[in-house]
Write a protein of this length. Structure first.
Length: 182
């Protein structure tokens, strides 16, 4: 399951705890709308049940057809054999002519599109939520390179935690294959 997310320079402000009469303040400069776009996928290995998190980062760029095609090439390189079924939403970039060219060149790659307005069916949305709205909430980052590094760090932490990735699948209502113990 794949999708994209944007990590903005302006923070996702959340409630937090503070000492009585000491209102927390999140200082940030909101002069720019710079962001780090990320195209990512949670990949379930069919026989082992292991889950990978693949992410491509695009600092100060939007995800367009070229980025989507590049991500598909990355997925193909990461999984060089066997069929690949990729599920994502109906973003225009996912249906771009360059994406269709990649599909024509690689028949083992099949795209499946989610119904409109159904992000709750996409397991990678849980990864974005854990990272953007929890681990990076209330950040005070005002440098694009630092924002990029923080997003990479937190996504790597989530991607290395199989129990968190499994919970993202469960939250999307997806059953996972459990290999039998030998």
């Amino acid at each position: 399951m794949a999708d994209e997310v944007g990590f903005m320079m302006s923070p996702c402000v959340k409630k937090t705890w503070a000492r009585k009469a000491c209102t927390p303040i999140v200082p940030y400069r909101n002069r720019w709308q710079k962001k780090v776009s990320v195209l990512g996928a949670v990949a379930l290995h069919a026989f082992s049940g292991k889950i990978d998190l693949l992410c491509d980062f695009y600092p100060d760029r939007y995800v367009r057809g070229e980025e989507a095609a590049s991500f598909l090439h990355r997925v193909l390189a990461e999984y060089p054999t066997g069929p690949i079924d990729l599920v994502w939403d109906n973003l225009a970039a996912h249906r771009a002519p360059i994406v269709k060219e990649v599909l024509a060149e690689h028949p083992r790659l099949k795209l499946h599109y989610l119904p409109p307005y159904a992000p709750d069916l996409n397991a990678v949305e849980g990864v974005w939520c854990l990272t953007k709205h929890h681990r990076m909430a209330n950040h005070t980052i005002d440098d694009l390179d630092r924002l990029h590094e923080e997003a990479k760090k937190h996504l790597s932490e989530v991607g290395n935690d199989q129990s968190l990735l499994r919970s993202c699948f469960a939250a999307a209502g997806l059953a996972l294959y459990q290999p039998r113990a030998q």
